[in-house]
Design a protein around this ligand. Structure first.
Ligand code: PEP
Ligand code: MG
Length: 325
């Protein structure tokens, strides 16, 4: 089976009607890059940098971070690396950074909220990422954005970091693209406003499902209610893609939904430009993609959006997949 999937490595991620989808990898360590390339990944769509902050008594300094990002960028070249700034809090706890004992950690000082409260730490990371952008194609994005004011504050800090690097004569990519995770319902509802502020969206379906359905993503007693095909989730995904494309920017998914072959026809039909997943999922997703027709997938989505429950959507999807793929 593995060998059969390997043959997909060098085939283009393209539908029968010629639509090219970007299939990328979610990674934490540069050691994962050979496997990502071996599975046909055309870049890193989500580099989770929080891994650098776990198990250390103090946040890593600029050189340590720069070296990590540089290693990743060089390993992935000539393909792009999409680096996400620190996303701790909620279910990702770093003893030295998180505020102790929040009653609702998932709704607490996490991700970009923490970075904006600790500009000392955030600026070090921005500088390290910018410096790494001199070495290859780098995109930068920010987790848990809930509104326009937040991303504008982020951009102001980023501009300060760039100005400082210019003054020092330190190289970075002046055209570096920035994006945001769409993983909070407010960001979905104002996706049109957010789309004017950035170069791309990346949907974090793990958190978007959690927050949209009010289902703790780590609570096993509620796992039956954690439904990626819930009509509210599907409508949210549609709003995000439509807002992105209306503004002329790309819409990506880097949550677990992207790596489920079963969901591929839906994500294709909704119009996503890029899917980022665990390396081992890429061949299976590509296999289905290469049998899909984008125009047909769009019709499938139109039908899928008419159903009232996740179970109805799933049954419909399974019968379609059995019949056509
Ligand atoms: C997500 O929320 O879908 C996501 C990709 O981010 P994380 O799982 O790291 O929260
Ligand atoms: Mg998330």
């Amino acid at each position: 089976l593995e060998r059969e999937l390997q043959k997909y490595r060098d085939l283009p991620a393209e539908t029968t009607d010629g639509f090219r989808m970007q299939l990328k990898g979610n990674v934490e360590f540069p050691e994962e890059i050979p496997s990502l390339k071996g599975h046909g990944g055309e870049g890193v769509g989500l580099y989770r940098t929080e891994i650098l902050f776990f198990n250390c008594p103090v946040p890593p300094d600029e050189e340590t971070q720069y070296n990590a990002y540089a290693t990743m960028v060089r390993a992935m070249a000539p393909h792009p690396v999409t680096i996400r700034t620190l996303d701790v809090g909620g279910d990702k706890f770093v003893a030295d950074l998180n505020l102790a004992d929040e009653l609702n950690p998932a709704l607490g000082v996490r991700a970009i909220r923490l970075s904006l409260r600790r500009p000392d730490i955030f600026t070090v990371q921005l500088r390290a990422i910018l410096r790494a952008s001199a070495l290859g194609k780098v995109r930068m994005f920010f987790p848990m954005i809930s509104g326009v004011a937040e991303i504008r504050t982020v951009k102001a800090l980023l501009e300060e970091a760039k100005a400082e690097l210019r003054r020092e004569g330190t190289a970075f990519d002046e055209a570096i693209e920035i994006g945001i995770m769409i993983e909070i319902p407010s960001a979905v509802i104002i996706a049109d406003l957010l789309a004017r502020e950035v170069d791309f969206f990346s949907v974090g379906t793990n958190d978007l499902i959690q927050y949209s359905l009010a289902i703790d993503r780590t609570n096993e007693h509620l796992s039956d209610l954690y439904e990626p095909l819930h009509p509210a989730v599907l409508r949210s995904l549609k709003m995000v893609v439509d807002a992105a494309h209306a503004a002329g920017i790309d819409a990506c998914i880097c949550g677990e939904m992207a790596g489920e072959p079963e969901f591929l026809p839906i994500l294709l039909g909704l119009g996503f430009d890029e899917l980022s997943m665990n390396a081992i999922s890429i061949p299976r997703v590509k296999k289905i993609l290469r049998r899909c027709n984008k125009a047909e997938a769009e019709q499938l989505v139109a039908r899928a959006l008419t159903f009232s429950t996740a179970q109805e959507v799933l049954s419909f999807l399974q019968s379609e997949i059995a019949a056509h793929y």
